[in-house]
Design a protein around this ligand. Structure first.
Ligand code: 5MM
Length: 338
């Protein structure tokens, strides 16, 4: 694939009026989510759940793309159609999570590094054959008294650079996801400082490693205070801190930023996305790549029952539509209950 094609795909992923659906929970995370709803996590339960998601009527109106997990891209719908094809025929671009998870970083208590670089070139070739058009890699950074350390930030940024370069070499647009977690009691100001530092280092590595910035999508956290921080900021303060951190670090060559929700409630994530877009014009598209904020109410409504599939798909479509409005700065909270 040429650079032009990477650029075209990246632009399609962050197209105006649309956002990305993150359905790439690994087996362990999916098990947690299913068990929390009283369901058993089997390959078949996960397949039925993912079929519900990608076949949601009209999904492609609000959702440009879906991130799949390795198991899912190999699964098919009840009628035997590969799930990535079901997504594509619903006008949703299929992509794939290619990292192998965040593991304890040696000699760095409390810090993680994302693994999966060994053999990645060969795995990417296979994902191209399986129909993926883009990839995703998530780095996880914790905020604590002495965290993250320079070594933790550098190691993760370096791995993101290596992943992104390999992905572009394979003709797949990389979604670069450095997630600064909202776990803890840190302030908004501390979250902004850490996010700014992490993003600056990620873009240094992307540049050093010859990644074409026009052919990536950035998937960062919004800048929020720690979940246990006694002083929770207002919506405007979150939007202001987030936009400031991004403006200071993300070159305008990057076509788009697609935020993760990171444990915010579904409504909170939507309200923040809306406020961020209301601070525009911004140098890049600013949209969503939500997992939990789109799928938690969907999974809850489905509850594993075939008779609930239509209702669960309506819930997903509704949240997708509200977020599609928010990514334009046109969200209307009065539509929430409808
Ligand atoms: C869907 O969850 C993804 C992570 O799964 P694993 O932890 O099992 O690897 C995650 O990368 C997700 O794509 C992003 O964090 C966005 O999801 P949220 O729920 O934060 O919006």
């Amino acid at each position: 694939m040429s650079i032009d094609e990477l650029v075209t795909t990246a632009a399609a992923l962050v197209a105006p009026g649309q956002g990305i659906l993150a359905a790439d929970e690994s087996t362990g995370t999916m098990e947690k989510r299913l068990v929390a709803e009283g369901l058993e996590s089997t390959e078949e339960t996960r397949r039925r759940y993912r079929e519900l998601i990608v076949s949601t009527p009209g999904l492609g109106e609000w959702i440009s793309a879906v991130i799949l997990f390795d198991e899912t891209i190999r699964q098919s719908s009840k009628d035997g159609t590969p799930l990535q094809k079901v997504a594509a025929s619903n006008n949703v671009i299929p992509g794939i999570k290619v990292d192998k998870g965040a593991k304890q970083l040696a000699a760095a208590p409390g810090e993680k590094v994302t693994e999966g670089l060994d053999g990645l070139r060969e795995r990417l070739e296979e994902y191209v054959q399986l129909g993926a058009k883009f990839t995703k890699w998530r780095a996880v950074l914790n905020i604590g008294d002495h965290l993250p350390t320079p070594a933790g930030v550098h190691t993760n940024a370096h791995a993101l650079g290596r992943y992104a370069a390999l992905s572009q070499e394979a003709g797949l647009v990389p979604m670069v996801e450095p997630e600064v977690l909202m776990d803890g009691s840190h302030t908004l100001q501390r979250a902004e400082e850490v996010t700014t530092d992490v993003l600056a280092q990620v873009f240094t590595e992307l540049r050093k490693q010859n990644v074409v910035l026009e052919g990536i999508v950035l998937k960062p956290n919004m800048v929020v205070a720690g979940a246990e921080c006694p002083q929770q900021p207002s919506v405007d303060e979150v939007a202001e801190a987030t936009v400031r951190a991004l403006r200071r670090t993300v070159p305008s060559a990057v076509p788009g930023i697609a935020f993760l929700s990171g444990g915010q409630s579904d409504e909170q994530a939507t309200v923040h996305l809306d406020a961020i877009n209301r601070r525009g014009p911004l140098p890049w598209q600013a949209t969503f790549s939500f997992g939990r904020a789109l799928l938690a109410p969907t999974l809850h409504t489905w509850a594993g029952k075939d008779e609930n599939v239509d209702a669960a798909q309506r819930v997903l479509a509704h949240r997708a539509k509200l977020n599609a409005a928010a990514r334009q700065g046109e969200y209307d909270p009065s539509l929430e209950g409808k």
